[in-house]
Write a protein that binds this ligand. Structure first.
Ligand SMILES: O=C([O-])CC(=O)C(=O)O
Ligand SMILES: [Mg+2]
Length: 422
C-alpha cells in the first residue's frame, strides 16, 4: 500500500463523520401521535404481545434482520492480537458489507474478555437480542471452543466467519481453479500455510470436498505439522502427517496448490518456481498476501492466483459468503447454520462463476471482459446475483435439513437489497 492510499483509508474512516455506519429510523416520528405510537404509551402494546408469545419479537422489532458482529480483537485480519478496540473498524466494516450486499442491519460488539469462558458468558447472555451472531477475528484455538459453546447455548445462528465464510469461498474458488488447471481435487498435493481458524476450517472443507488428507501438508510458524512434533493442539493434530518434510521449502516442492492464511510475504518467488504445472496459489492473508500476484506471475506465467483483496483479480474473501449465508438463514429463521447450508453456499458460488458476467460488474471493475477462466474463478462481491443465488441455496438447504423455523420465503428470488422485507 502506498502512503497516499494509507492516508486515503484514514481519511475515509474519519471524514465527514467518524466511522462507517449509522442507525436509521424506519417509522414516522414527526408528530405527537407518531411519538405516542413509537414510545409511551404505544410501545406497551408490542411489549405485551411479545411477553404473551416470544415469537412476536420478530414481528414487532428489528431482531429478525439484525446480526451482531462480535470480536475480542484477538486475531484481527492477518495483523494479530491487537485488542477489542482496534478491531472496531473491521467489525463496522463487516456491518457495511452486511447492509450493502444483503440488506442486513448489524451492530458491532467488541468484548473485553479475560478468558474464552468470559467471552462465551457475555455473548450468551445477550444473544437473544439479535437474529444471528457473526463471530469475527477471534484467534485459534479459542475460537473453536467459543463457537461450539455458543452454538449449543443459542437458538439463533452463530457463525465464525473467519472459519466457515473463508472456507466456503475458498472451496468454491478452489474447485473452479482446479477445473481450469485440469486437475481433480482427489489427486492434488496441497500446502496450507497457516494453522489458525481459517486454515483449519478451509482444509476441513476441502477434505469434505474430496481432497486427500495424506497429500495435504499444513504448516504453522514452527514449520510442517508432523506426527512426531510435540505440543500441537488437537485441531492441528488433525492434520499432522507422518513425513520427513519440515519446512515450506520441503513442502512446496511439486505442490499443486498453496493456500496461505498466515502472514504477509511468507511465500517466495523461488518457492513458487518449485510448484507443479498450473499451480494454484490462494494467498489470502489480509491486508498483505503471502506473495504479491505480480511476483508469482512473473516466475510462473501458468499460475492461477487469488488473494483476499478487492484490488486484484480473483478475490477469495469471506465477503462473498457471510452476507448471503446470513440472509438465507435469517429468512427461514434457521436455528443454526449447518453443513448442508455451507455446502449449498459452496455450490452456488462455484456455479455462478461459470455464468456470463453482467455489464454492471464489468463497469464496477472498469474492464471490458470477464469470463470464467484463470483471471475469474469466483464471482466479484458487487455481483448482484449473489444475493439471490447464495441466499436461496442456503435457505433451501436449511428447509430441507430441518433447521428452518419458517418455510422457504415466498418473496424469493431476491433481485436486490430493497426486496429483503418481501
Ligand atoms: O476482513 C477481511 O477482509 C477478511 C477477513 O475476515 C479477515 O481477513 O479476517
Ligand atoms: Mg476476519
Amino acid at each position: 500500500m502506498t502512503d497516499a492510499f494509507k492516508q486515503a483509508a484514514l481519511d475515509y474512516h474519519a471524514n465527514p463523520i467518524p466511522g462507517k455506519l449509522s442507525v436509521e429510523l424506519t417509522k414516522p416520528t414527526a408528530t405527537g401521535r407518531d411519538l405516542a405510537l413509537a414510545y409511551s404509551p404505544g410501545v406497551a402494546e408490542p411489549v405485551r404481545e411479545i411477553a404473551r408469545d416470544g415469537e412476536n419479537v420478530y414481528r414487532y422489532t428489528g431482531k429478525g434482520n439484525l446480526v451482531a458482529v462480535i470480536s475480542d480483537g484477538s486475531a484481527i485480519l492477518g495483523l494479530g492480537n491487537l485488542g477489542p478496540m482496534a478491531s472496531k473498524p473491521v467489525m463496522e466494516g463487516k456491518g457495511v458489507l452486511f447492509k450493502r450486499f444483503a440488506g442486513i442491519n448489524s451492530v458491532d460488539v467488541e468484548v473485553n474478555a479475560e478468558s474464552p469462558q468470559a467471552f462465551i458468558d457475555t455473548v450468551a447472555r445477550i444473544a437473544d437480542t439479535w437474529g444471528g451472531i457473526n463471530l469475527e477475528d477471534i484467534k485459534a484455538p479459542e475460537c473453536f471452543e467459543i463457537e461450539k459453546a455458543l452454538i449449543e447455548q443459542c437458538n439463533i445462528p452463530v457463525f465464525h466467519d473467519d472459519q466457515h465464510g473463508t472456507a466456503i469461498v475458498t472451496a468454491a474458488g478452489m474447485l473452479n481453479a482446479l477445473d481450469i488447471a485440469g486437475k481433480s481435487i482427489e489427486d492434488v498435493k496441497i500446502v496450507c500455510m497457516g494453522a489458525g481458524a481459517a486454515a483449519i476450517a478451509c482444509m476441513r472443507l476441502l477434505v469434505a470436498c474430496g481432497a486427500s488428507q495424506d497429500k495435504l501438508v499444513m504448516l504453522d510458524r514452527r514449520g510442517v505439522i508432523h506426527k512426531s512434533r510435540e505440543g500441537i493442539n488437537a485441531y492441528k493434530a488433525e492434520f499432522a502427517l507422518d513425513t520427513d518434510m519440515r519446512t515450506l521449502d520441503d513442502a512446496i516442492d511439486g505442490a499443486d496448490v498453496f493456500v496461505g492464511l498466515s502472514g504477509p510475504g511468507l511465500l517466495s518467488a523461488d518457492q513458487v518456481k518449485k510448484m507443479a504445472a498450473d499451480p494454484v496459489i490462494f494467498a489470502c492473508t489480509n491486508p498483505d498476501p503471502e506473495i504479491h500476484p505480480a511476483v508469482a506471475r512473473e516466475v510462473r506465467p501458468d499460475v492461477i492466483m487469488a488473494t483476499g483483496r478487492s484490488d486484484f483479480p480473483n478475490q477469495v474473501n469471506n465477503v462473498l459468503g457471510f452476507p448471503f449465508i446470513f440472509r438465507g438463514a435469517l429468512d427461514v429463521r434457521a436455528t443454526r447454520i449447518n453443513e448442508a447450508m455451507k455446502v449449498a453456499a459452496v455450490h452456488a458460488l462455484k456455479d455462478l462463476a461459470r455464468d456470463p458476467v453482467p455489464q454492471e460488474v464489468l463497469d464496477a471493475y472498469e474492464c471490458d471482459e470477464m469470463h470464467f477462466g484463470r483471471e475469474y474463478i469466483i464471482p466479484t462481491p458487487v455481483d448482484i446475483r449473489l444475493l439471490d443465488r447464495v441466499s436461496s441455496a442456503v435457505a433451501q438447504a436449511a428447509v430441507e435439513s430441518g433447521v428452518a423455523r419458517k418455510p422457504y420465503p415466498a418473496h424469493y428470488p431476491l433481485k436486490n437489497v430493497n426486496d429483503v422485507y418481501g
